[in-house]
Design a protein around this ligand. Structure first.
Ligand SMILES: [Zn+2]
Length: 320
């Protein structure tokens, strides 16, 4: 069976659920739990999605890799010896001690365990922690938060990137493939830039809803096999700040209930290696009754928010 995964960074469950985004909702949809993950940081969560492992196992621990044969292992040692409690120290070192030029994005070679892309005929398009395209100066949020002109520049750039990626996806879908995953960053970036302009953010939700519609039309034309389409987000974004749950939807009813971000890896591997949807239904994720399903922060309402507060939170997440 073929599997297509569309990663929509920052897509928020509550916003999708309370609006008419029929294409984003698909047949089955819900929140993804992130409990046990020490930070709501994009590369860390996507690494857990593509490996099915927690950060201490896959090794992607923060927003940026410390590009030194000594420093990155040191980060892992601090994390392990402190059982994750050294995260505050790691964050401090990353922001205040290690210069930017000794930091880089995580890539394929930083993963300590296999990923879904180790399967035959797999295609990974711009996946954070694995092969993210690029993060050029034009995309930097530094100096953009609360600055209208710079926000406009960044959002125009990210929109062009979105269009390029979309085009690239449609080209790759024409090839022979078993699993394709693509990541779009546009919604997350818009949500950080336009935290006080919900209408601008909702426009991007509409564009992404249309994207899924277009993808489905292409798949109808191109793919004769059965196909599973997952839409996944690593976290939501409300009032410019990441929430502690992600989003999933799937085009067939699999009976997925309250999945954790690490639950999708075995499901995807099983789907790739079977022709039988029924056998997947037996494998789907159901939480045992009584287990607390979310590390619940209260679902946040959108509220007017101060640019300085956003900047502080974005520093913690490795954006600034
Ligand atoms: Zn993210």
């Amino acid at each position: 069976m073929k599997v297509l995964i569309v990663g929509l960074d920052g897509l928020d469950y509550n916003i999708v659920d309370s609006n008419e985004y029929q294409n984003l909702k698909q047949e089955e949809y819900g929140k993804i739990r992130l409990d046990g993950i020490h930070t709501v940081t994009t590369p860390v969560i996507w690494a857990s999605f593509i490996t099915g492992k927690m950060p201490k196992e896959h090794g992607i621990l923060s927003g940026r890799c410390w590009n030194s044969t000594l420093l990155e292992p040191l980060k892992r040692i601090i994390f392990r010896l402190s059982h994750g409690k050294g995260w505050c120290l790691i964050r401090f070192i990353e922001h205040w001690i290690i210069p930017q030029h000794i930091q880089r994005m995580y890539t394929i070679k930083d993963h300590c365990v296999p990923t879904i892309f180790d399967e035959d005929r797999s295609v990974a398009i711009s996946i954070p922690s694995y092969n993210y395209w690029r993060w050029p100066r034009e995309m930097s949020l530094r100096g953009s938060i609360g600055n209208e002109a710079k926000s406009k520049q960044v959002s125009e750039f990210i929109f062009k990137e979105f269009q390029k990626k979309r085009e690239f996806l449609f080209k790759r879908l024409k090839d022979d493939w078993q699993v394709v995953m693509i990541h779009f960053h546009i919604l997350d970036i818009y949500s950080h830039l336009y935290f006080n302009y919900p209408q601008k953010i909702l426009q991007i939700y509409t564009i992404l809803d249309d994207l899924i519609k277009m993808v489905k039309v292409e798949l109808e034309k191109l793919v004769k096999d059965e196909i599973i389409v997952f839409i996944i987000s690593d976290h939501g974004t409300v009032s410019g700040i990441h929430t502690s749950y992600g989003f999933f939807s799937v085009n067939v009813s699999l009976g997925i209930r309250d999945p954790h971000i690490t639950d999708f890896y075995p499901l995807i591997i099983k789907a790739i290696n079977t022709h039988n949807i029924q056998s997947l239904k037996d494998k789907t994720i159901k939480q045992p009754p009584g287990k607390k399903v979310f590390l619940r922060e209260k679902d946040r309402e959108h509220k007017k928010i101060d640019a300085e507060e956003i900047k502080e939170r974005l520093k913690e997440l490795g954006y600034l």
